[in-house]
Write a protein that binds this ligand. Structure first.
Ligand SMILES: CC(C)(COP(=O)(O)OP(=O)(O)OC[C@H]1O[C@@H](n2cnc3c(N)ncnc32)[C@H](O)[C@@H]1OP(=O)(O)O)[C@@H](O)C(=O)NCCC(=O)NCCS
Length: 176
């Protein structure tokens, strides 16, 4: 997959360490949601992991990991982030590890736009399926992914006991 790509309104380019303040701002804007999604919800820890590429899954060549900052195509101002791993967990699967838009840019069709562009690019390569993991309390995102056609359930996991702070996830898949 190309290092950088663009859709009508979004430029996606590889993140650099210099982007850390903007990436932190995107996580920070989603702070309330982060607590619902995972055990690790500190925007600074997540920023470090994203900018330094510490989110590479085991046994995947580092060339498969694409940590991208999403920018307004005209102003180049950062509006979101996307982490994609091609070849995980199988060679013919691409996995969206993270997709976050800053709240100022949510609900305007940008998420759908970047996903459609990404899927079109992936169809040119070896991936035949695209997957995403969604926190069960993230009902807006569940609706978003299901409406985009991520309707096959390929994984389920979660805390065994119910507590207000418990976490559970669905892994959703779409054919490319
Ligand atoms: C989830 C996210 C990427 C979606 O991108 P977006 O640009 O906001 O979504 P879009 O405007 O493209 O919406 C596409 C569809 O998603 C659904 N959707 C998006 N936001 C929604 C909301 N706040 N409530 C309910 N449904 C919503 C709608 O079904 C919408 O289709 P419709 O307009 O035909 O009803 C974005 O809102 C976001 O970054 N959220 C916070 C982080 C997050 O949850 N990431 C996903 C982790 S798995």
């Amino acid at each position: 997959m190309a290092e950088s790509f663009r859709s009508a309104r979004i430029l996606a380019r590889p993140v650099t360490e210099a982007d850390a303040p903007e990436i932190a701002g995107i996580y920070e804007g989603n702070r309330e949601l982060l607590v619902l999604l995972d055990r690790e919800s500190d925007p600074l820890v997540l920023t470090r992991r994203f900018t330094l590429r510490e989110n590479l899954p085991p046994k995947v060549p580092s060339t498969g990991l694409h940590n991208l900052i999403l920018c307004d195509v005209r102003s180049e101002d950062p509006i979101g982030l996307l982490s994609l791993c091609v070849g995980y967990p199988m060679k013919n699967v691409a996995y969206i590890g993270e997709l976050f838009l800053h709240p100022d840019h949510q609900g305007a069709g940008l998420g759908r736009e970047i996903c459609r562009r990404l899927e079109a690019l992936l169809r040119l390569g070896p991936a035949r399926y695209i997957r995403v993991g969604v926190g069960l309390k993230n009902w807006n995102a569940l609706r978003f992914w299901i409406r985009l056609g991520y309707a096959q359930i390929t994984g389920m996991s979660g805390d065994r006991h119910f507590t207000p702070k418990g976490h559970a996830f669905l892994e959703l898949q779409k054919n490319l």
